[in-house]
Design a protein around this ligand. Structure first.
Ligand SMILES: NC(=O)c1ccc[n+]([C@@H]2O[C@H](COP(=O)([O-])OP(=O)(O)OC[C@H]3O[C@@H](n4cnc5c(N)ncnc54)[C@H](OP(=O)(O)O)[C@@H]3O)[C@@H](O)[C@H]2O)c1
Length: 334
């Protein structure tokens, strides 16, 4: 096992500017040794998440990041040593290892991951992305067959799974994504019924043309002007699953909140529900069973976007925020 631990440090936090390579620094240190209650793990695949950028804005559902720290992030990692636990070298676990080759993590909450055909599926469909899509849509959105579901960041990790589950549940599905090429892919490959290209302009007009009957369920990954356009297109008694606000993570603070709040919530009797994926931990087994069934019978296609090399992690996150990715982006560490 190599002794060097490559680490990507958050050199400084963006202050209203967009994330760039200058915010990170690659360093090397010695491979650490586990103390009591700690496991030494080697990262295999690091998950790149829109939330990585949100954590730089301040405290969210986790504490804020600080300049000088190893950049935080979840990964599938392999046990090297876990002295006081049942875990064996080579067992795979999920942990917030940060962007580095080796990490020390508390053994207390570590769980051996299930055996799967492809390790990367533990990050995409059977990881946070798949579970977020599943619980956000089914628990918060409550879609019924025949209803119209709209999802934003539709070609991303969470969005691409939301749309496919909504199709499995018998809904009409419209995805909002950037660019004509992503739109074609969603329709031709993933079976979406229609798409809206938010980068093409005329958002409200596109909504009127594609969604003349209105929206029953909106799965919101973006906030901002897409959220506003959906609010105006919601049917009475519609449901909005508030999953994230990627349009507001990178860059200057947005100029104002969406128009229509709270008036449209009242007159349309809307239900908005925010959630974080771990709220549903007690229902994970059923979710994983359902997801595996849909993957096995070919109704749920898993789209992954894998980039090689720990040193490319900053550029991969910057690119994700610019919409480079299709499906779940991750780093193969080495
Ligand atoms: N609540 C939870 O527990 C939970 C868990 C995981 C993720 N999330 C949320 O889920 C959302 C998706 O995250 P992800 O990690 O799966 O990332 P992702 O969707 O794979 O990647 C982010 C995508 O966002 C789109 N985007 C970037 N800037 C945008 C803008 N200004 N307006 C509209 N779209 C924009 C880009 O696609 P385009 O080409 O279409 O622009 C990009 O591909 C995020 O809001 C994240 O915070 C929530």
């Amino acid at each position: 096992v190599p002794d060097v631990n490559r680490q990507i440090v958050l050199e400084r936090l963006p202050q209203g500017d967009r994330l760039g390579p200058e915010h990170f620094r690659l360093t090397e240190s010695a491979r650490p040794t586990p103390g009591p209650g700690q496991a030494l793990v080697r990262t295999r695949y690091i998950s790149l998440d829109a939330a990585n950028r949100a954590w730089m804005q301040g405290a969210t559902y986790r504490s804020a990041l600080n300049a000088g720290d190893v950049m935080a992030g979840g990964a599938v990692a392999e046990i090297v040593e876990a002295p006081d636990s049942d875990l064996k070298p080579g067992d795979l676990i999920w942990a917030d290892t940060g962007w580095q080759d080796y990490a020390l993590v508390p053994t207390k909450r570590l769980q051996k991951l299930p055996d799967v055909d492809q390790i990367t599926h533990l990050i995409s469909v059977y990881g946070v992305a798949g579970l977020t899509a599943y619980f956000g849509l089914l628990e918060c959105g409550q879609p019924k067959p025949g209803e119209t579901v709209v999802v934003s960041a539709a070609a991303g990790a969470v969005g691409s799974i939301v749309g496919q589950i909504a199709k499995i549940k018998g809904c009409r599905v419209v995805g909002v994504a950037g660019g004509a090429e992503k739109g074609r892919w969603l329709v031709d490959e993933l079976g979406f019924d229609a798409t809206i290209d938010y980068k093409a302009g005329g958002l409200r007009q596109q909504f009127k043309e594609v969604l003349p009957e209105g929206i029953d369920v909106y799965f919101d990954n973006t906030g901002g002007e897409i959220f506003e356009a959906c609010l105006f297109a919601m049917k009475n008694h519609g449901r909005i699953a508030c999953c994230g606000a990627v349009s507001q993570y990178d860059g200057a603070a947005p100029p104002h909140g969406p128009r229509g709040i709270p008036g449209l919530i009242v007159t349309k009797r809307l239900t908005l529900r925010g959630f974080v994926v771990m709220d549903f931990d007690d229902q994970r087994d059923q979710a994983l069973k359902d997801l595996a069934g849909w993957v096995a019978d070919g109704r749920l296609k898993v789209q992954e976007d894998i980039i090689d090399g720990l040193e490319n992690t900053p550029a991969a996150l910057i690119g994700l925020l610019a919409g480079e990715n299709r499906g779940k982006r991750m780093i193969k560490v080495r």
